[in-house]
Design a protein around this ligand. Structure first.
Ligand code: GLY
Length: 327
């Protein structure tokens, strides 16, 4: 596998799925349309719920996108750790009542091992505990050894966010090596440490959830996959976290330049540099999608992010307005 830039990875993914008959669509805006269950788009599938449910006809029954996403439940952790961020891009291939598990797994494997040339022995697969069909596809059709397979319960391998289409999933993990692990005897896929990194989630979307625990089986199932572009870039660039990925590091370098501080020299300064680097990404895209700071809803999320970024600028000793220089 070869070092690959984030922008090149995005293009490789989208053109691979175009070659498999998918229509490439632009990212949808961050503001959900006709969906009160979400403040901000948080996954590739979120803007396509009606296509999954068969309530609207999609432009094509196979679609691929790179979707801008915001997730803020961990906002307080951003900066403190290098793993958390509020903004990311989600690569996805989607089937609306078209192909299902066999094709989705085969193409995911082909993309990772043939196009990106990730060594197969570094990849591990999880399936939902009862999903023998997915287990058999991975082990018999694709040929994954059973010691590279695990079964997980609903908490890990059932995907849903808010109400709408959801289902059991199968995840692909990348082994970053024992030097990134906790070293505990039971350390394996699913361990909280940094060794096994989840890169791709294949959702076998076959239920409609009302968000209150009631699931209706869909007449014809769908495929919804999500692979964080920055995570994939970490794998392909051999770096440990989002802030070291080429395009994000370029923003971080700019924060260093404006503040006159050097990343990696002081733990407290690093927190502030990471907060600003992350938050300028989310706020820039929120504002460009028409969100304005306010006291409620998504406007409040924006206001909070902007205030945190500005405050951390002060903590770095920057006394002038500086966020516009990073946009
Ligand atoms: N929709 C699948 C994922 O975001 O992981």
């Amino acid at each position: 596998m070869q070092w690959t830039g984030l922008n090149e990875l995005r293009e490789k993914y989208l053109s691979f799925f175009e070659s498999k008959g998918h229509l490439r669509l632009d990212s949808f805006p961050l503001v959900p349309k006709n969906d009160n269950s979400l403040l901000l788009i948080n996954s590739g599938m979120a803007p396509m719920k009606k296509w999954f449910l068969g309530q609207e006809e999609p432009p094509c029954h196979r679609v691929t996108t790179c979707q801008k996403c915001i997730r803020t439940p961990d906002i307080e952790r951003v900066g403190i750790t290098a793993r958390h961020g509020t903004y990311f891009e989600m690569l996805g291939n989607f089937s609306f009542q078209d192909y299902f598990k066999k094709e989705a797994t085969a193409w995911a494997w082909e993309f990772l091992t043939k196009v990106l040339e990730i060594p197969a022995e570094l990849l591990y697969i999880s399936v939902y505990e009862d999903d023998d069909e997915a287990w058999d596809i991975w082990t018999k059709d694709i040929g994954i050894a059973e010691d590279h397979m695990v079964r997980f319960g609903k908490e890990d391998n059932f995907w849903e966010h808010g109400s709408g289409p959801c289902g059991p999933c199968s995840e692909i993990y990348f082994d970053r090596g024992p030097e990134h692990g906790c070293g505990k005897p039971g350390c394996k896929v699913g361990c909280d440490c940094d060794r096994y990194m989840e890169v791709w989630n294949l959702v076998f979307s076959q239920f409609d959830s009302d968000g209150k625990g009631n699931y209706t089986r869909l007449e014809r199932p769908n495929i919804d996959t999500g692979m964080g572009l920055e995570r994939l870039a970490c794998v392909m660039q051999g770096v440990g976290n989002l802030f070291e990925v080429d395009t994000v590091r370029a923003i971080l370098n700019h924060v260093e330049k404006i503040s006159g501080k050097t990343y990696g020299e002081d733990a407290k300064t690093d927190i502030s540099i990471r907060v600003i680097t992350d938050h300028i990404r989310s706020t820039t895209f929120m504002v460009s999608d028409g969100i304005m700071p306010s006291n409620e809803g998504r406007g409040y999320v924006l206001r909070r992010l902007l205030r945190r970024a500005a405050r951390h600028g002060r903590m770095l000793g920057i006394t002038r307005p500086f966020l516009t220089e990073l946009v």
